[in-house]
Design a protein around this ligand. Structure first.
Ligand code: 4AD
Ligand code: MG
Length: 432
């Protein structure tokens, strides 16, 4: 007898198989019991007929098996047109593995804090499972995309002395006798990588001690950071939109059921596979906002209402180009004809999900960059190696960072970024 997973049940109709499962729910009458089962690959129903199994098994199923008990079921796979999954198992035998009593998550409504306190168990529910499957698909699609496009993955360090994204949200730690931080971004190392290997990317956890408690901010999140030598910002935007469209298409191809479980109509994602995405300047964005009666002046950064309005005008992800220098990091390339903006862009997701990508061309001139380091209040000694890149064969290069969890929040139409990562780190959450 073969041991299988629920997801493979369609290939075993009429066969007797064995499956390791947990119980999610059950109901029974005097003659029949329905067990709702899961094994992490899918959910389906097991049926026990009183006159087909031993008295002992039938009574155990009715009375002793409780939510999240684990056991082996043996039985025959049948088609079941009434269920969403389309198959069920007619159980002949049950072998209990692990008992479960008073499982804290029931069918009733629980508050998010309660569920987050029980995240280690909540992951067993259908929505978190669907989210983790989509997350996994996006991670694989990332490796596929950059592999196909000729990129080499370069892993930057996580313990570092530099602060590319500003000094206000650093996680400080001790590195023997030195000060160190948890990495906010691998970018500076990717720049070194690009000058060694041409097209590179990183994909790893980054850390920001964000004191803000918003629906979009995690303390620890995962970022994909490509960096490309001999590439202008305009060409980088083309890579960015191709990448985002590829991710959306991969999820559409392989995760329809998961999208539906999370309340995202797959059809509504189809427009986001169409390229190009619109591009507008920061200047134009300010004009649009002012025309719509937002109280905003040139030079200000966008908050969530501004980003929601702008993206809402396009029904597509939209690139906002050339932000004021004062609100962007020091490494960005100075504009060739203006001294108030950088050559950079953010990609805003539609439907109110805000910024999913930040990127720019990088400053290539040694003296200009050294001055920018000093103006940012950073210690040039710490950035000596980074400045070296401008001393030995500097070339135009561009790159960007996509926040995995921001992207997932958008494509799964989820309210809060905390649901897109297995164990979120938030301002007030280090548990579990
Ligand atoms: O715009 P950011 O800060 O850009 C960088 O870190 C650059 N070094 C990237 C690069 O050019 N290589 O962050 C990039 C993206 C944002 O667009 C957003 O999607 C995500 O990272 N992000 C966050 N996601 C979750 N929680 C947070 N606190 C985030 N901060 C940024
Ligand atoms: Mg940004």
């Amino acid at each position: 007898m073969e041991t299988i997973n629920i997801i493979d049940a369609p290939k075993h109709v009429g066969e007797t198989v064995r499956i390791g499962v947990w119980l999610t729910d059950k109901r029974s009458s005097g003659k029949i019991a329905f067990l709702q089962l899961r094994d992490g690959t899918a959910f389906f129903q097991g049926i026990l007929l009183k006159n087909k199994v031993s008295e002992e098994i039938f009574e155990m199923a009715r009375h002793d098996l409780r939510q999240e008990a684990s056991f082996w079921v043996t039985g025959e796979i049948h088609e079941d047109e009434r269920s969403k999954f389309g198959y069920e198992i007619q159980i002949a035998d049950i072998e209990l593995i692990g008992d479960s009593n008073d499982y804290p998550i029931g069918n009733k409504e629980h508050g998010v804090d309660f569920l987050m306190d029980h995240r280690h168990l909540w992951l067993r529910s259908s929505k978190p499972q669907a989210m983790m499957k989509i997350r996994d698909r996006v991670i694989r699609a990332t490796y596929e995309f950059f592999g196909k496009e000729g990129f080499t993955k370069i892993d930057p360090p996580i313990l570092t002395g530099n602060a590319p994204e500003g000094t206000t949200n650093l996680f400080h730690t001790e590195y023997f006798e030195q000060d160190a931080y948890l990495s906010q971004s691998g970018q500076l190392y990717e720049e070194a990588g690009a000058l060694a290997l041409n097209k590179v990317y990183s994909f790893g956890p980054v850390f920001r001690a964000e004191k803000s408690k918003t629906r979009r901010h995690l303390i620890e999140f995962w970022m994909i950071e490509p960096e490309m030598a001999f590439m202008t910002q305009e060409e980088s935007l083309e890579v960015q939109e191709r990448y985002v469209a590829y991710l959306v298409q991969s999820v559409l191809d392989d995760c329809k059921r998961e999208l539906e479980t999370l309340g995202r109509d797959p059809e509504s994602l189809v427009p986001f596979t169409k390229l190009p995405y619109p591009r507008i300047s920061y200047d134009k964005a300010i004009e649009m906002l002012q025309a719509a009666d937002f109280d905003i002046e040139w030079g200000a950064d966008f908050g969530s209402p501004e980003e929601t309005y702008l993206a809402g005008e396009f029904n597509q992800p939209v690139f906002i180009l050339n932000y004021p220098k004062a609100i962007k990091p020091f490494y960005m390339k100075n504009h060739p004809t203006r001294d108030d903006v950088y050559v950079c862009a953010d990609l805003l997701a539609p439907e109110g999900y805000g910024e999913i990508i930040g990127g720019s061309e990088r400053e290539t001139d040694y003296e200009t960059l050294l001055q920018a380091v000093k103006d940012a209040g950073l210690d040039p000694k710490v950035y000596e190696w980074y400045l070296d890149l401008r001393k030995y064969g500097t070339v135009p290069h561009s790159g960007f960072g996509l926040g995995l969890e921001r992207f997932l929040t958008w494509i799964t139409k989820t309210d809060h970024v905390r649901e897109t990562i297995p164990f979120p780190r938030l301002l007030n959450r280090l548990y579990p």
